[in-house]
Design a protein around this ligand. Structure first.
Ligand SMILES: [Zn+2]
Length: 306
């Protein structure tokens, strides 16, 4: 059954609004009227003195808008473009370790515990959704875990809370933790497609404009994905026009690992497998990549974040 977003009351706000639609571009809307429906969707936004605005304000149900007076203004909510949902379990710990060691000692273990315990996953992801809302975030690009059902719990939690969420089931057929990886590239590919299908099914029965979750193909990063898996994910993305996310050139030890094991740079490996597309977001990319190629992908730069 589809997870329905929380229904609320319609909202009418009058005041000054500010947005930055592109880098370096600031737009200010002075004395505007914004109206949302009960699902939180903006259905009207125009100067408060326009005839249509005056007509809305004169209707009995809309006579008491929330008014923000001079000196205050209203901003759009935040979009978080790189969040590992399982790390909400242990945020802020283990930061003394280099990346590859930290993954082994903290991240993989926590993800495995969520995959083994759906009740814990439900609790953690419900809390995460509410924490995001508390901090003003309404859209988020998520890394989950490797188990399909745990990622569906994550997607349903976001949908119920009314958050727009792009949910990534991790694909990884190589791991330093033998109990936390997918059995083969073939198994991982089937699981990735199964998750995408089931995540898309969450939209069944939901009114189009409030279907908030979408699957994202998520090879964790080069060290945890065989060439066979990366190549398969590239094909699946192309055939289905799926979005893609991963990590690229995240830390010195990770870049050196890929050079030693794969005799290549991260960017070249992703490019070889058709994973750098206009619908790709690569986190970090903070190390130096000696052979940069022109792609249409997006880069989220967050040094020293995992
Ligand atoms: Zn990350």
């Amino acid at each position: 059954m589809a997870a329905q977003p929380r229904q609320g009351r319609s909202v009418l706000i009058r005041g000054d609004f500010v947005q930055t639609p592109t880098l370096g571009n600031l737009e200010i809307f002075r004395d505007y009227l914004l109206h949302t429906n009960e699902s939180g969707i903006i259905v009207y936004f125009s100067p408060a003195t326009d005839p249509t605005s005056l007509a809305i304000l004169s209707t009995p149900a809309c006579q008491n808008p929330e008014v923000h007076t001079n000196g205050t203004f209203i901003l759009p909510t935040f979009c978080d473009l790189h969040l590992h949902a399982p790390q909400f379990l242990y945020q802020g710990t283990g930061l003394h370790l280099p990346l590859m060691q930290w993954l082994d000692e903290y991240a993989f273990q926590a993800e495995e515990s969520l995959d083994a315990d759906p009740i814990l996953a439900e609790k953690v992801y419900e809390k995460l959704a509410h924490k995001l809302i508390e901090h003003g975030t309404s859209a988020v690009l998520l890394f989950g875990t490797i188990k399909t059902e745990t990622n569906l719990i994550l997607a349903r939690a976001m949908q119920r809370a009314g958050l727009r969420a792009f949910v990534g089931k991790l694909s990884m057929d190589v791991s330093s933790r033998p109990s936390y990886k997918e059995a083969s590239a073939e198994v991982a590919l089937e699981a990735a497609q199964d998750f995408c299908r089931k995540c898309q099914e969450l939209a069944n029965g939901v009114v189009d404009d409030i279907c908030l979750v979408e699957p994202v193909l998520t090879p964790r990063f080069v060290p945890t994905c065989s060439n066979e898996l990366l190549s398969g994910l590239g094909k699946v993305a192309k055939e289905n026009n799926f979005r893609i996310q991963s990590h690229m050139a995240e830390s010195h030890d990770q870049v050196e690992w890929v050079r030693a094991e794969r005799h290549a740079e991260d960017m070249d490996v992703f490019a070889q497998h058709d994973l750098l597309t206009p619908r790709t977001i690569q986190a970090h990319s903070s190390g130096k990549t000696p052979s940069p190629k022109k792609t249409n992908m997006s880069v989220i730069s967050c040094n020293k974040a995992y």
